[in-house]
Design a protein around this ligand. Structure first.
Ligand SMILES: NC(=O)c1ccc[n+]([C@@H]2O[C@H](COP(=O)([O-])OP(=O)(O)OC[C@H]3O[C@@H](n4cnc5c(N)ncnc54)[C@H](O)[C@@H]3O)[C@@H](O)[C@H]2O)c1
Length: 350
């Protein structure tokens, strides 16, 4: 592919999870991605990423934007910095992909979306769970009509894996499991069953050494009339532990899809049962048990690249992700009030 046709990518935040993004952008070179710059306020992290992935290193985002010609910026910092960094990109008419969670609050998420709209810039959220091979297969079965109309689901992310080791900041978050991982599972519920009318939620803090809730059980009524249960916990004591897999059970008018630990999919359709292994293949840079999540980053980045290059809105655009974030907000409110809550809706200013 001609160099001038490449999409020039800058990445901000070369920390824990960004390593997957860096590998994914490198894998997407032949599809038009060119990682030109990496930035981290920790000079050792940006230098290491620059050296490993062949890009120019920066410690300040403003300087990176001023010195480099960037088409698309991948913001992989923690959520507190997303609003300021996304605004820097929008003001320069640079497209942006922002890691989940979009921002620490609903108001900040709206602000990021409004700013991008004002500057007419392309904006997406890196919500990778729906792009995982397993979840794409589940969606494929739903779309094939094999289970008829899906009308009930249970989606579970339950683990006791020590997430605080790799991401120590999680122990300090006041809003923990719903905002950190529940958000992915809520997005899957939307992806499989559509938008949500109202939800109720119970939260628990079962680990006394952290600030926020580590367990959430959410019950949702979707606009289609279907019902789902979304579960997430970092405090499950079960052997074998399913980390980091999302287990799925979807019942429809004509059948059922079940995804069990070990990425096995069992489908019952019109009274006939079959089972299939649907896990992600290992790539040169992925390793078990994270390979499914890591490969999902590659699929997500590919979707971002293709959508941006085609001038299309991404499936997980900023505006789409507000609908997922609205479920997070509603869940916290429902847990605090003990009532069923309608997710907040965003109305564009213009
Ligand atoms: N999609 C997933 O499955 C998944 C998994 C893990 C983490 N995440 C998300 O990824 C994001 C990053 O998480 P992490 O655990 O990798 O964090 P991290 O702290 O390891 O990395 C963030 C990096 O950003 C740098 N940084 C912060 N502000 C900056 C700024 N203004 N300019 C330049 N650099 C800056 C920090 O120095 C740090 O190196 C979070 O939003 C997290 O929720 C997503």
């Amino acid at each position: 592919m001609e160099n001038q046709k490449k999409t020039r990518i800058g990445l901000i935040g070369c920390g824990f999870y960004a390593q997957n993004h860096l590998h994914a952008w490198t894998d997407l070179r032949s599809e038009g991605a060119e990682l030109v710059a990496v930035c981290d306020m920790d000079a050792s992290k940006s230098a290491a990423a620059a050296q490993k992935f062949g890009a120019t290193s920066y410690t300040d985002a403003q300087t990176m934007f001023d010195k480099e010609k960037i088409d698309l910026v991948d913001i992989t910092t923690q959520m507190g910095s997303h609003k300021a960094l996304a605004a820097m990109a929008a003001e320069r008419s640079i497209a942006a992909v922002v890691q989940k969670p979009f921002a620490p609050s609903w108001a900040d998420c709206i602000d990021i979306v409004e700013t991008a709209r004002r500057h007419k810039t392309w904006l997406a959220v890196h919500e990778n769970f729906r792009f995982a091979t397993t979840m794409q297969r589940v969606r494929g079965v739903i779309d094939s009509g094999a289970i008829g109309t899906p009308n009930w689901a249970r989606l579970s992310f339950r683990t006791g894996y020590d997430v605080y080791k790799g991401q120590p900041y999680l122990a300090e978050e006041k809003r923990l499991v719903i905002l950190d991982v529940g958000i992915h599972v809520l997005d899957l519920a939307r992806y499989f069953l559509g938008e949500v009318e109202h939800l109720s939620c119970e939260t628990q803090k079962r680990n006394p050494n952290i600030k926020g809730e580590d367990t959430a059980t959410i019950l949702m009524r979707h606009s289609s009339g279907s019902v789902s249960i979304v579960e997430s916990t970092y405090q499950s004591k079960k052997i074998p532990d399913a980390f980091p897999e999302t287990l799925v059970e979807i019942e429809g008018s004509d059948g059922t899809i079940v995804v069990t630990r070990g990425e096995k999919m069992q489908v019952t359709t019109q009274g006939i049962f079959f089972e299939e292994q649907i896990g992600s293949p290992l790539l040169s840079w992925t390793s078990r048990p994270w390979h499914g999540s890591q490969e999902a980053v590659l699929h997500t980045n590919r979707h971002m690249l293709e959508s941006f290059r085609a001038g299309r809105t991404a499936d997980t655009s900023g505006e789409d992700n507000l609908k997922t974030y609205a479920l997070v907000e509603a869940a916290y409110e429902a847990a605090a009030t003990g009532r069923a809550v309608k997710p907040p809706a965003w109305t564009p200013k213009s």
